[in-house]
Design a protein around this ligand. Structure first.
Ligand code: SF4
Length: 724
């Protein structure tokens, strides 16, 4: 028997993980087939069902990463043919029954039938939807439309609520628009002074570090992270006090006459009220609150003020707090006082985390939002989008609850009875995660679309196997607002469908199939029209244009428009064109330390894992480097506890207890411990106290008690073990 001819497919695409969206090439070999299973925009010639050996990741010339990739990117292809890959729908016959394979028609019929019955009993809001910041723009758009048009439910939000919502809220109220970086990352290389607050980019997105000049970089972080170690100045700020630091730095800028009075007069409003609050944060008081020495406070301001080009950047360390919006606002106020936003090579920005964290927050999977970053409670926005969708504006639901509030209401008397969940793993990533798992378990119907059996999928009644990044087309929007193309290198395995096709299948069964396209480019064309005239205007962007230009920056309101790499050169996106100083004042963390819980817990990432770890914990080359969770603590604290490196320690907060190995380090404050959040455990401890504006939970600080544990508390297969 002669062997089937083989073909090599090579595509230029982007990494599946973080918001840097590094350009990469993918090379795949496989037998030439008849194209069976290829569709939905997948034009790869390697057929569905081919033995898909040796998908290779390579560098390519893309302006953001310039050929560099981090360890996560290099190893991303390993998951494509993982034995843990889901390749058939799974259905549970009853609560205590195991998940069993079934066919797609049976699974989708079951889901549609249960949705219909639940909505008949409990109304449209009886069914909820939860999305993810890793979904392509087309999927995020379609998911929001599916919720509003096919389900007519107000209950939709997504995991980006836990990521970018505070910075987004701060930017909108100050600048009138939320684009994480209002300038290309390349501009960072020209900055003489950069203050980065609460970001560990050397581990989360290492290629971006090539843009930072070590002498220019100043980092505020409770830990001496890999990023802080590369900086010329590290401010070891007490967890939850970044806002006091921002106010104190503004105080010094005023005292030292570094404030740009003409910029404030010409380009801003509201300075006087902000100035009055800042005057109450003199350096010695700020040192007492934050732990940052007075001399360091002066040094930061002097360097920002003296620089020709200066930037202030925030990330989740400053933003994932119950006052995250005000903290980001505090640093925006400082940047405005120094005259930075809109000045060439200078400005304020936030570092977006998830792969499509930018696009995912623009196109309607957020509780209060319609595509193009329009507001769901704006009558004109409702009319515009309803016209594109061919529905009555009055049929669109009003805004629903935010991410954590939605999860908290699941299965309650007044809450949703069913949840459709895409590209998210809240059993690991939500705060107070044990409670969230209980709420998920109380539902009448939990449907999870994923490509592996995540901790959340394990609880589902129906699991729908989805495509991975290398098997699908679409667009993503990176941390600079650059809209880029994801391209398929090969067809998915048999039995796997992409989310657009899943949504179409469900919509068809609910009587709305004709409104939902399965081809990504067709969906993008509709997204363009829906976004036209909105803050995030994509109407001038098309697939051919992205191909030709290797990315287009929004806003781009018509095909002749060049796109907008740099925002605010002359005016801000506010009605009067001026940026708004917003008065903010410091307040303590929602849960401060006390005698029972005397230590601050902060959480974050490690280089070799990503988000909830559902993907990266299944990649051998990454788990060899980062195999398990741990608790980082200072040697002085370890000595007090009688703990040596590697010993098990039990960490307890008001919400839960976990036991993990100790990792002793001089790089953390003695009053603070750190745990990475890629494993189930860290978020059993975290506090769901919400920011009043953004509804962001206080992931980054809570009070804990730590003690030495018995060695038997650690199991070989699971480093996070409930011991009480
Ligand atoms: Fe992928 Fe981010 Fe690493 Fe780039 S930095 S390779 S986008 S995970």
């Amino acid at each position: 028997m002669s062997e089937a001819p083989t073909v090599t497919t090579r595509v230029q695409t982007h990494c599946p993980y973080c918001a840097l969206q590094c350009g990469m090439s993918l090379t795949a070999d496989g037998p030439v087939g008849d194209g069976a299973g290829v569709g939905n925009g997948v034009d790869a010639r390697i057929t569905s069902g081919s033995p898909r050996t040796g998908v290779r990741v390579g560098p390519r010339d893309f302006p953001v990463n310039q050929g560099r990739l981090c360890r996560k990117g290099w190893t991303a292809a390993e998951l494509l043919d993982s034995p843990e890959r889901l390749t058939t729908p799974l259905v549970r016959a009853g609560r205590r029954q195991p998940l069993r394979p079934t066919d797609w028609d049976t699974a989708l019929d079951l889901v549609a039938d249960r949705i219909t019955r639940i909505q008949a009993d409990h109304g449209p809001d009886g069914v909820a939807v939860f999305g993810g910041g890793g979904l392509t723009n087309e999927k995020a758009y379609s998911l929001g439309k599916f919720a509003r048009v096919a389900l007519r439910t107000r209950n939709i939000d997504y995991n980006g609520r836990f990521c970018m919502s505070s910075a987004a809220a701060a930017a909108i109220r100050a600048f009138g628009i939320d684009r994480g970086l209002p300038f290309p990352v390349g501009d960072i290389a020209g900055a003489d002074a950069v203050l980065l607050v609460g970001g560990n980019l050397a581990e989360t997105m290492p290629p971006i570090m090539s843009y930072f000049r070590p002498r220019a970089l100043m980092v505020a972080d409770p830990r001496r992270t890999a990023t802080a170690a590369q900086a010329s100045l590290h401010l070891a700020v007490t967890p939850g006090t970044d806002l006091a630091l921002a106010l104190g730095l503004l105080h010094i800028a005023i005292l030292e006459q570094h404030v740009d009075e003409s910029y404030i007069a010409e380009r801003t409003t509201g300075y006087d009220t902000v100035r009055a609050t800042a005057m109450a944060y003199w350096p010695q008081r700020v040192e007492r609150i934050t732990g940052v020495p007075v001399a360091q406070q002066y040094a930061v301001v002097a360097r920002l003020a003296a620089a020709n080009r200066a930037m202030i950047l925030t990330a989740r360390g400053a933003e994932q707090h119950s006052k995250g919006t005000d903290t980001a606002t505090g640093f925006i106020n400082l940047a405005l006082a120094l005259g930075l936003p809109g000045r060439p090579g200078s400005g304020y920005g936030t570092i977006t985390g998830q792969g499509n964290g930018q696009g995912g927050r623009e196109h309607g999977q957020k509780a209060d939002q319609l595509p193009g970053y329009r507001r769901l409670d704006d009558p004109l926005a409702r009319e515009h989008v309803a016209t594109v969708w061919g529905v009555d504006p009055d049929s669109l639901p009003q805004p629903g609850p935010s991410g954590y509030e939605l999860l908290d209401q699941l299965g309650t008397d007044a809450g949703p009875k069913a949840l459709l969940l895409f590209a998210s793993n809240p059993v690991v990533s939500a705060p107070r995660s044990r409670h969230v798992a209980d709420r998920l378990a109380s539902l009448d119907l939990l449907v999870v679309a994923d490509f592996v059996l995540s901790e959340t999928a394990e609880l589902a009644d129906v699991v729908l196997p989805t495509t991975q990044w290398a098997e699908e087309h679409g667009t993503m929007t990176n941390l600079e607002g650059r809209v880029i193309r994801r391209r398929a290198a090969l067809a998915p395995p048999p039995g796997v469908r992409d989310d657009l096709r899943i949504l179409h299948g469900l919509a068809s069964r609910l009587g709305h199939g004709e409104r939902f396209a399965t081809d990504p480019e067709t969906v993008f064309e509709e997204l363009r029209r829906a976004s036209a005239g909105g803050p995030a205007d994509y109407s001038g962007i098309s697939y051919p244009r992205i191909e030709a230009e290797d990315g287009v920056f929004w806003p781009c309101p018509d095909p002749e428009h060049p796109g907008t790499p740099r925002l605010f050169p002359e005016r801000f996106a506010t009605p009067d064109g001026r940026a708004r100083f917003i008065p903010v004042d410091f307040r303590p963390v929602a849960e401060d330390v006390d005698t029972r819980y005397p230590l601050y817990l902060t959480t974050g990432r490690v280089l070799a894992q990503y988000q909830s770890g559902a993907q990266t914990r299944r990649i051998r080359q990454l788990t060899e480097v980062a195999p398990e969770s741990y608790l980082e603590l200072h040697p002085d604290l370890a000595e007090r506890l009688g703990v040596a490196d590697g010993d098990p320690v039990t960490v307890t907060s008001r919400r839960g207890t976990v036991t993990v190995p100790a990792r002793i380090s001089h790089d953390i404050r003695p009053d603070t411990v750190f745990m990475p959040f890629h494993w189930e455990g860290a978020n059993r401890l975290t506090n769901p106290a919400l920011d009043p504006t953004s509804r962001m939970p206080e992931f980054k600080v809570c009070a804990v008690h730590v003690s030495a544990a018995q060695r038997r508390a650690l199991r070989a297969d699971d480093s996070c073990v409930e011991v009480s």
